[in-house]
Design a protein around this ligand. Sequence first.
Ligand SMILES: NC(=O)C1=CN([C@@H]2O[C@H](COP(=O)(O)OP(=O)(O)OC[C@H]3O[C@@H](n4cnc5c(N)ncnc54)[C@H](O)[C@@H]3O)[C@@H](O)[C@H]2O)C=CC1
Ligand SMILES: O=C(O)C(=O)COP(=O)(O)O
Length: 452
Amino acid sequence: MPSNVGTSGQAQPATSLAPPTEQRPPQRERQGSFGGSPRVKHLKPFNTANIKILLLENVNETAVKALRDQGYQVETHAKALSEDVLIEKIRDIHCIGIRSKTKLTKKILDAAEKLGVIGCFCIGTNQVDLEYASQKGIAVFNSPFSNSRSVAELVIAEIVLLSRQLGDRNIEMHQGIWSKVSANCYEIRGKTLGIVGYGHIGSQLSVLAESMGMRVRFHDVVPLMPLGTSKQVGSLHELLEISDFVSLHVPETEETKNMIGEHELNKMKQGSYLINASRGTVVQIPALAKALRSGHLGGAAVDVFPKEPAANGKFFESELIGCPNTLLTPHIGGSTEEAQSMIGIEVSQALIKFINNGTSIGAVNFPEVDLRAIRDEENSIRLCYTHANVPGVLRQITDILSEHNVDKQFSDSKGKIAYLMADISDVTPEQIQDIYHRVSNTPTNIVTRVLY
Ligand SMILES: NC(=O)C1=CN([C@@H]2O[C@H](COP(=O)(O)OP(=O)(O)OC[C@H]3O[C@@H](n4cnc5c(N)ncnc54)[C@H](O)[C@@H]3O)[C@@H](O)[C@H]2O)C=CC1
Ligand SMILES: O=C(O)C(=O)COP(=O)(O)O
């Protein structure tokens, strides 16, 4: 992170922590003071132009604008970068924004010398080594539901398309073939939709499907409130056996990898349909291709693949190409103007709050910590301390801060790490330097930042 946003125990020069008044950011806006409530300080890093942000995979303009408006240096790329280029680029940056394609592995994160925060401008965070990121004190944010509606609408369309074999009819017409058939074409009214994973997308789909007259059943690993007249069933196998359509909406985890293979496909009804807009690894593609070619399944719609091309125009290969009544889409479930614009706003705001204020609310791999606004006083600071979650740390911090006026403090832990925020008033530049130096040199330090 930038000069005043220290990393891993490296003491920063005094000037970077306590700039002279004339070097401070312009006087910040002040919050309205109903009933004489105290003015609040809008924290900002010392020099926002020092903060370098790399945005990949065509992250929406709403995010680019919001981040540039903060004064950060923002570099954008329309595509994912190759591993070699990414390793080079990530070395020097403080924040990276990605979508579902960029894999932030241990190797890549190890190359990132200053990285403090990652923004996934999508729902899935499986492309990031979350545990390793937290060990390195890197917070990861995503957009948990801004594209859920777009995915649910796509699936509704696919249910109708599959049921009427529209994909195949469309291909035939473009080849000049007139083939008017009604055999094995159905209305969706009264058919059973089986949803696997009844979270944001699955439950939204449930509501839309019922409004089209479908009967909805779902399977999830946790008991959930069924919406409308839908019902949760006892097991995945039970769901597969009773459904005319099965739609997958689970995250990529160890448990969901290869969740649908030959055995599961055989459990599905003769002539039923499978839809996968979750993650490519959830379905075993050779088994699905076999079930489609044999006619056991009536069709499938697949939006996500175990291996996806890195960019538009690159070659796509799959055993599913040419299978009957099979709709293949290039991972566009969340690709609508509405979703991308909302995601851009939501994730950029989370990144700005973390960089400027230390707020980790909404982080997927970090303890969620926030403090009410800091008092607008010249000599007040906010300490943000990410540390190993072991006994005795708070005692050390209390010792260091005991000579100062701690206005408020909050800390929380998640797994192996913990995160503490403390607002301290009436500190001189020398004292700020001393606090920073002592805290960042504690044996449990992962990242220490001082904001003002
Ligand atoms: N195709 C696309 O463009 C998009 C794909 N996605 C994918 O869809 C996934 C689901 O998204 P949301 O609904 O927002 O997630 P969510 O987290 O709201 O819901 C996921 C649900 O799956 C359940 N679940 C987890 N493991 C399970 C298992 N083994 N068996 C049954 N249920 C299980 C969870 O309990 C949860 O209720 C995302 O993780 C992402 O990978 C999301 C957005 C766009
Ligand atoms: O939101 C998700 O998890 C998605 O899969 C959408 O990914 P994308 O932003 O289109 O790369």
